[in-house]
Design a protein around this ligand. Structure first.
Ligand code: SAH
Length: 361
């Protein structure tokens, strides 16, 4: 019986090297081949074994018999007038996920997905509206960055934010090793301070991220300064209430960012700013005000720009550091989940997976 081929991209660099060392030993091949191949997974990625022309042809064939290097196929690519580029990847089971590449000066930030769909149903978010489909695998998460390096010409991603589709801390099992692949100098080599995990406030995940020794950054989607309002906008607040999220943010030993999407007439009054300032000061958090991308979900209007500025001013006057995020890629619907919704329509939500990983309330 044929044994199943091992997906080398689902392993950390050292795990893959270990497996390759065993492969070499079994076949009487020199040990250095393991290192040579492992560098071609992420560091200087090859599209397939055939492309590893520095290796003997026979070895490439042997590798392809034993292992796989699955690609994510690009189903759509759109470029915004502001340089932002959006990619829709089709996965092997027909699921579609998005990544958005955002150039800014000498940086290139890639916004990546951690799940196909999302279970959280935040009222203003397009991904929430399509429901949860499944968790992404390690190689599908880190692979979004790998695919950028395989473009012609390659994109040199300098920063990664987990602000695409899905809730990364509800897929920690895959996000944890994916963070290693992104950060490992022999992997994708992106500095930990240049990698931001964004969460609605999944408490066990915040603790797990805080326990990692690397300086990965944490952003928390707050969006409302009171439980009553937050519960309306984000059903997850029933399971992880604001107070607990704030306590977790205080315990996180690195600086956190609060994300706050500005919803016209909903969470943008001066009283909201005052209350938000109290929370931010408690955690010494930096606040990012996000203009609403219309078309996320129906029923909301963006806060006018001058009102966002006075909201920011109010926060500053209470000693809070704040930035107003520039809206990028508006013309290509680059907000969370929008491209997939355009292409595939909305799908009915699905229940939690067998491990209960998406159960929120
Ligand atoms: N689940 C994680 C990460 C994905 S969303 C989280 O919620 O943090 C990344 C950010 O985009 C979140 O702050 C989310 O609230 C925000 N977002 C979602 N829909 C949006 C929209 N229509 N306009 C602006 N920001 C949006």
């Amino acid at each position: 019986m044929e044994t199943e081929r091992v997906n080398l991209l689902n392993l950390t660099v050292s795990e893959a090297e270990e497996v390759l060392r065993g492969f070499c030993a079994e076949r009487g091949l020199p040990d250095y081949r393991a290192k040579q191949v492992s560098r071609r997974l992420w560091f200087n990625p090859a599209p397939d074994f055939e492309a590893m022309t520095e290796l003997p042809k026979s070895l490439r064939t042997q590798l392809a018999d034993a292992f796989t290097l699955p690609r994510l196929s690009i189903a759509a690519r759109q470029r915004s007038s502001d340089g932002t580029e959006k990619f829709l990847f089709m996965l092997r089971d027909g699921q579609a996920i998005e990544s958005v590449a955002i150039p800014e000066n000498d940086r290139l930030t890639l916004c990546i997905s951690s799940q196909a769909g999302c279970a959280l149903q935040c009222a203003f978010c397009a991904t929430g509206a399509m429901g949860f489909q499944r968790n992404l695998d390690v190689f599908e998460i880190a692979g979004q960055v790998r695919e950028m390096r395989l473009l012609d010409p390659p994109f040199q991603v300098t920063n990664v934010v987990f602000m695409g589709m899905g809730e990364p801390l509800m897929n920690w099992r895959a996000v944890d090793p994916a963070l290693s692949l992104l950060n490992d100098p022999l992997g994708l080599g992106i500095g930990a301070r240049h990698i931001t995990v964004s969460t609605v406030g999944v408490l066990p995940g915040i603790i797990a991220l805080g326990e990692r020794p690397e300086q990965f950054r944490l952003a928390i989607s707050i969006h409302a300064p009171t439980d009553a309002l937050r519960r309306e906008l984000m059903p997850v607040n029933i399971k992880y209430p604001l107070r607990d999220v704030i306590e977790a943010a205080k315990k996180f030993d690195r600086r956190v960012t609060f994300e706050y999407v500005m919803l016209g007439g909903v969470n943008d009054a001066i009283e909201h700013a005052i209350r938000l300032a109290e929370l931010a000061r408690e955690c010494r958090a930096f606040v990012n005000l996000i203009p609403l991308h219309a078309g996320g979900a129906q029923g909301f209007v963006p806060t006018p720009a001058d009102r966002i500025r006075s909201f920011a001013h109010e926060l500053r006057s209470h000693g809070v550091e704040v930035a107003i995020r520039k809206s990028r890629g508006v013309d290509i619907a680059a907000a969370c989940g929008q491209l997939r919704v355009e292409r595939l329509g909305r799908r009915p939500p699905r229940g939690p997976d067998e491990n209960g990983h998406v159960q929120v309330a």
